[in-house]
Design a protein around this ligand. Structure first.
Ligand code: ZN
Ligand code: ZN
Length: 460
């Protein structure tokens, strides 16, 4: 799967190539789609009250506050990053509350001792966290809820999927993910709920970044220079998580000693904050604030989160446009004229890297190949000598060079390596970016069939 060009964003000057994944080679994405049990549109309140609910939902099924609150949640979509000790239970809570579509992403597998700190059983050892938590969320979900759990790096999610979110949630163990989630929430103009625990302090932290505005703090605003330098370091509380390993860089510190109930309390408080955001109870939301709550002393502190000028995040919102034609029916020129911008002033970038040239390892021949690639190292054509021509990072760009732009201006976009459906292409004439989304849904790789409740589907 693609190594997305957005990965270059959060810390372009920190020298961290592929920054937000910490030098990880992307293992790709695998999606598990749990289709709603109830077909059709979200339930009306009357239908909701008449539901035969599983025992765990009896209280929610009674007339009263819970039923009133659920109205409207069925139409909303929450996308969450990190399905660990906090993220996993939070995922299930949102499914119980009846949020219509919940997408949750995590690349790791459970280790032999994960059940000590995570919402998992001993027999879940070795299983993907995304799948374990997806099943748990679906098992406790209200019938209209669609659950999609994705094994892989959040940074690899297609923009057309991220675009569906009404609210983002991050419950990760590293600053890289938090900063990237902040950038994405800024790009789409949505809020970000960030929840974390600090085991040694017996504290939980909850922050709501008001990224539907551009003058407010993002997760990068609060980072020190040292933290910028160590973005990928992970501070998890699961002693033996089987982390997706990196061949290039050691990541992960000694597991923190967070007691499991801290994480559960953090998840519950965060779920409530998500609910308030989704229901528009803005007077009550921790807007651009951090709550730190100590379970040892019951002291709590609310502090404001400030936008800092030295933040390395772009703090810009994208315009998004649904382009009516498919990539094979149009060209860069076609999209530019649709947007009303001239070639002379335009910058273009895709979701995936662009390469200008490819290299034959055997005979060192370099060939001009102007196109988007799926990942670095892939073969883009065959050399005269019979060996593959490779797409290497040194010929890669996140923004198309001017000469390539000129040479590719009239080519059909499908010839430039754009996928047949669902991909996005960014255009800028100097001020901000406009992302064009082509018709269709993004393709995610087929998930393995797992028991009765997982269904497979190629697209989401
Ligand atoms: Zn910032
Ligand atoms: Zn060759």
């Amino acid at each position: 799967m693609p190594e997305r060009t957005l990965n270059d964003w959060p810390a372009p000057s920190s020298g961290a190539a592929g920054g937000s994944k910490g030098g990880h080679r992307s293992p790709g994405l695998r999606a598990y789609v749990f289709r709603p049990r109830a077909k059709g549109p979200p339930l009306s309140r009357r239908q909701f009250l008449n539901l035969k609910l599983p025992p765990s939902h009896r209280d929610a099924g009674r007339p009263g506050a819970a039923a009133a609150l659920v109205d409207g949640l069925g139409e909303r979509c929450v996308i969450g990053f990190g399905a660990g000790a906090v993220g996993g239970p939070l995922f299930s809570s949102l499914a119980k509350l009846g949020v219509g579509k919940i997408v949750w992403v995590d690349p790791d597998r459970n280790g032999p001792r994960s059940h000590e700190t995570q919402a998992a059983a001993p027999e879940d050892s070795g299983k993907l966290k995304a799948l374990v938590q997806g099943k748990r969320a679906f098992a406790s979900a209200l019938p209209h809820v669609e659950v999609i759990s994705i094994a892989g790096f959040a940074q690899d999610l297609p923009l057309s999927l991220l675009r569906q979110a009404d609210l983002f949630v991050v419950a990760g163990d590293n600053h890289a993910l938090r900063v990237w989630a902040g950038c994405i929430a800024q790009c789409f103009g949505k809020r970000l709920v960030d929840c974390a625990v600090h085991g040694n302090l017996w504290c939980l932290f909850l922050r709501v970044y008001e990224l539907d505005r551009t003058d407010t703090a993002c997760p990068g605003c609060g980072l020190s220079e040292k933290e910028w330098q160590s973005l990928p370091v992970r501070h998890g509380c699961d002693p033996e998580t089987q982390r997706v390993s990196s061949p290039t860089r050691a990541v992960g510190e000694q597991a923190t000693r967070t007691l499991p109930q801290f994480s559960l309390t953090a998840a519950d408080i965060a779920a409530t904050e998500c609910l308030k955001c989704l229901l528009g109870l803005d007077a009550e939301v921790l807007l651009s604030e951090e709550l730190s709550y100590c379970l040892l002393t019951h002291k709590q502190l609310r502090s404001e989160l400030h936008r800092t000028k030295t933040c390395r995040c772009p703090h810009e919102k994208w315009e998004t446009v649904d382009f009516p034609k498919r990539p094979e029916e149009t060209s860069l020129a076609g999209v530019a004229s649709h947007l009303g911008v001239e070639r002379a002033q335009i910058q273009v970038r895709g979701e995936r890297p662009w390469i200008s040239e490819a290299l034959c390892d055997a005979c060192q021949r370099r060939v001009a190949v102007r196109r988007f690639i799926r990942r670095y190292g892939e073969m883009v054509a065959k050399c005269r000598c019979g060996k593959p021509l490779l797409a290497l990072p040194r010929f890669g760009h996140s923004v198309l060079p001017a000469t390539d732009l000129e040479a590719s201006w009239e080519e059909p976009l499908s010839e430039l390596g754009l996928e047949p459906s669902g991909e996005a292409l960014g255009f800028s004439s100097g001020e901000g970016w406009t992302y064009c989304f082509f018709p269709g849904a993004p393709r995610l790789p087929r998930a393995r069939r797992t028991g009765q409740i997982t269904t497979k589907r190629r697209t989401v």
